[in-house]
Design a protein around this ligand. Structure first.
Ligand SMILES: Cc1cc2nc3c(=O)[nH]c(=O)nc-3n(C[C@H](O)[C@H](O)[C@H](O)COP(=O)(O)OP(=O)(O)OC[C@H]3O[C@@H](n4cnc5c(N)ncnc54)[C@H](O)[C@@H]3O)c2cc1C
Ligand code: SF4
Ligand code: SF4
Length: 706
């Protein structure tokens, strides 16, 4: 698209030219699907999407790709076809561990072969020629399914002259409130303009056409925004309130009015009177509260149990440390004056930090200060902490990455664990012994610095972990000047050493901790475990789960790994920082104060959460029709009868059936709203099924011996 208002020229793929006075880009955010890029890649036997694997049976299919979509397609197709999955790399590099396990398990059967280091050379009707490490290989095929991802539309929009924010990750261009880009007369609507669901896309289209036709209309969401902002002091109009909010909240400084409107639509506004409670200690909602107006008071409790009161005023925010670590809130907060608070959901905060460099930098600096205060002492001011802040560096570690290597002396850096968790272990005697698992909020690496000795253990990220690295050379004088703090840290080290002794005296504890960490339990807040020595395989847990959730079980008892008698079934573990919540278009995923992650009825079945969950616990399934009552079953034979629930639950659990009916995301919600807690645990006749908070569990395993 070239030109500007009144004189656009649009060149079509065939070379034809169209002229227009205005252009509205409504091209979605899927981008173009990446093609195989070899002769024959557009033959009818080559497809780039797969809606229903059950639509094909008895065929020979080559799946190309090594990401989650390729693997999921290959595994699903292999149930009723002969499948080869061809991947250009020598090992899986991009897929979730659950999918890797599934494809490797499927490859042990006769219907699926994994071809690593293999790329297509050409495709012809009925055959594909592959380039393999052993040379050319021909496979007779019915179909090729290439799942090579998409090319995001940003590049195309930029080539049309549309400007994006400097951040290269930004997906939404700079747009006016009428969706006009920097090129006059060129509009962008729908998903690339940030609309998450169809009705918003349609509203944007309507507003743009009316604007172009010279009949500007009020945005369709104006009444919703007016309701959210009603009651603000001085009763400003929506436009006045937007100006006021941007002036008061530095986090919103850089946002366009359109972006600000969208963030506020996604958030909740709370008007609180002086003295009213804001949040309580122990909650895990993971939201951030921005102080639009007023003062709030926080009673902070540090690790030693000491409480201290601090205030935060207009423009500031609270909930940031809990948001980052996923740990429980450590303060009671109340309104010290009448207050206006804006509560941003997890997805909105992630979106805000991705779209504004200024918001990111304010947030980052604030988190560093508050994490240091939280871990060391709430009495420390920003000025006190400045020497540490100057050296602070945020480091990200993938599960299994080493933060510290035992025996080394090359640095004396200290790590403040910000999210995730780390495993402390030693391989000094030739075999690995685990000494403990330290959650977010812990300090590690201080022993080498304080006692001037080589590193005493390996410290490894148990799950994806973020840590604040502080240079030992800055920390030492900082601590030397504060003897009280030194005593506190010495005590923490002493306790950790004793906990390590407890592990050493009973190596079984370390082995169990190691197994649980490998299963990603290090980031769980509430996980289901089964003691196999007590389990009688009655499946009551699954049946009870299905009964509580309209006939569809949210756990798979048999699936999942086992270590000695400890089994981890496939079921949501309500992560500290739920990956599934990162990108839900209608914001249908929520987290309660107690930590349970649940999905509301507005789910549109897009599958983002299922793709984002690393543990494969979200099923996309057709919601079951409501189960008829016993009388209906007796008189008319409707629905499943007593004793048939288990089969129904099993079939639906696998997501089978449903044809073209729309699917929705389904997962464990800890039976929220049900009296007595999770049905699986209540239904277990032997007490084999337990739900644990891993932090408490790891702590109970390391009780300090007297
Ligand atoms: C599985 C799934 C289920 C969903 N369910 C729901 C639901 O129930 N309710 C709901 O509200 N939302 C739902 N959504 C979200 C919804 O699909 C999107 O919000 C909506 O489709 C976005 O509309 P759009 O017009 O921006 O883009 P799209 O619907 O993607 O349309 C863009 C169109 O532009 C075409 N195009 C792309 N590039 C070009 C180009 N260069 N030239 C010409 N044409 C081009 C594309 O081929 C496409 O036809 C769902 C999403 C998914 C993935
Ligand atoms: S669905 Fe997956 S990512 Fe989300 S909380 Fe559960 S286990 Fe974690
Ligand atoms: S499938 Fe998941 S991400 Fe998509 S709308 Fe439903 S809950 Fe949200």
């Amino acid at each position: 698209v070239e030109g500007s208002k009144g004189g656009f020229r649009i060149t079509l793929r065939g070379g034809e030219m169209v002229e227009a006075a205005h252009v509205v880009m409504a091209i979605g955010d899927q981008g173009e699907l990446r093609k195989v890029g070899v002769p024959g890649d557009d033959l009818p036997c080559v497809q780039y999407q797969l809606d229903d694997p059950e639509a094909f049976a008895g065929e020979t299919i080559v799946v190309i790709g090594g990401g989650d979509s390729a693997i999921e397609n290959a595994v699903a197709l292999a149930r009723q076809n002969r499948v080869y999955i061809a991947y250009r790399r020598a090992e899986w590099a991009r897929a979730k561990s659950g999918n890797i396990t599934a494809v490797e398990k499927a490859a042990q059967g006769d219907s699926l072969d994994i071809l690593f280091s293999t790329s297509p050379e050409r495709i012809e009707p009925g055959r594909i020629i592959l380039r393999t490490p052993e040379g050319s290989r021909e496979i007779a095929i019915d179909r090729v399914i290439a799942r090579l991802g998409g090319i995001p539309p940003r590049g195309f929009l930029e080539r049309c002259g549309i400007r994006f924010p400097a951040d290269r990750n930004a997906r939404i261009p700079e747009l006016s409130v009428t969706y006009e880009a920097n090129v006059e007369g060129l509009y962008v609507i729908g998903a690339p303009a940030g609309a998450p669901v169809i009705k918003q896309c349609m509203n944007q289209g309507y507003e743009v056409i009316e604007t172009i036709s010279g009949h500007p209309v009020e945005p369709a969401d104006q009444p919703i925004l007016a309701e959210k902002l009603a009651g603000l002091p001085g009763r400003p109009s929506v436009d006045e309130a937007l100006v006021l909010i941007r002036d008061q909240l530095p986090l919103f400084d850089e946002l366009t009015t359109l972006q600000l409107r969208e963030f506020l639509l996604d958030s909740d506004t709370h008007l609180l009177f002086r003295g009213e409670p804001v949040t309580r200690t122990g909650g895990r909602a993971g939201t951030i509260l921005l102080i639009g107006d007023g003062i709030v008071q926080l009673d902070l409790t540090d690790k030693s149990g000491a409480t201290q009161t601090v205030t935060r005023t207009t423009g500031d925010f609270i909930g940031d440390v809990g948001f980052t670590s996923g740990q429980r809130r450590t303060s009671n907060v109340r309104a010290a004056t009448d207050c206006v608070l804006i509560e941003m959901a997890r997805r909105s905060v992630i979106k805000l930090l991705a779209s504004s460099a200024r918001a990111r930098s304010i947030f980052e600096r604030t988190i560093i200060i508050r994490q240091l205060q939280d871990s060391l002492s709430g009495d420390l001011s920003e000025a006190d902490l400045q020497p540490l802040i100057d050296t602070a560096e945020v480091r990200r570690f993938a599960a299994g990455d080493l933060l510290i290597r035992e025996g080394t002396t090359d640095d004396q850096n200290i790590y403040f664990i910000r999210s995730g968790s780390v495993t402390i272990s030693s391989s000094a005697d030739g075999r690995e012994t685990v000494f403990g698992v330290e959650p977010a909020g812990s300090i590690v690496g201080e022993m080498a610095l304080l006692y001037n000795r080589p590193r005493t253990a390996d410290v490894t990220a148990s799950v994806d972990t973020e840590a604040l690295l502080i240079d030992g050379a800055a920390f030492k004088p900082f601590l030397d000047a504060r003897p009280d703090l030194r005593v506190k840290i010495d005590q923490a080290v002493h306790d950790r050493v004793l906990r390590g002794v407890a592990y050493q005296q009973d190596p079984w504890r370390g082995a169990v901790a190691d197994f649980l960490v490998e299963q990603g339990i290090g980031e769980a807040t509430n996980a289901l475990l089964i003691d196999e020595s007590l389990c009688v395989r009655c499946d009551n847990c699954e049946v009870a789960c299905a009964e509580t959730h309209d006939g569809i079980a949210r756990l798979d008892r048999e699936a999942g790994p086992t270590f000695r008698q400890l089994h981890v079934p496939v079921s949501c573990r309500h992560c500290e920082n739920p990956h599934c919540m990162a990108d839900c278009p209608p914001n249908a995923l929520h987290r309660d104060e107690k930590g349970e992650v649940w999905i509301d009825k507005t789910c549109i079945g897009c599958g983002n959460c299922s793709e984002n969950c690393p543990y494969g616990v979200i099923r996309m399934a057709v919601p079951a029709p409501k189960k008829p009552g016993l009388l209906q079953w007796l008189l008319f034979g409707r629905g499943s009868g007593p004793g048939e629930d288990k089969l129904a639950g099993k079939a639906k659990k696998a997501g089978a059936g449903g044809g073209d009916l729309p699917k929705k995301a389904m997962k464990c919600d800890l039976c929220r709203g049900t009296r007595g807690g999770p049905a699986c645990v209540r239904a277990c006749p032997t007490g084999a099924a337990i739900r644990i908070s891993p932090n408490d569990y790891f702590r109970s395993m390391t009780e300090i011996p007297s």
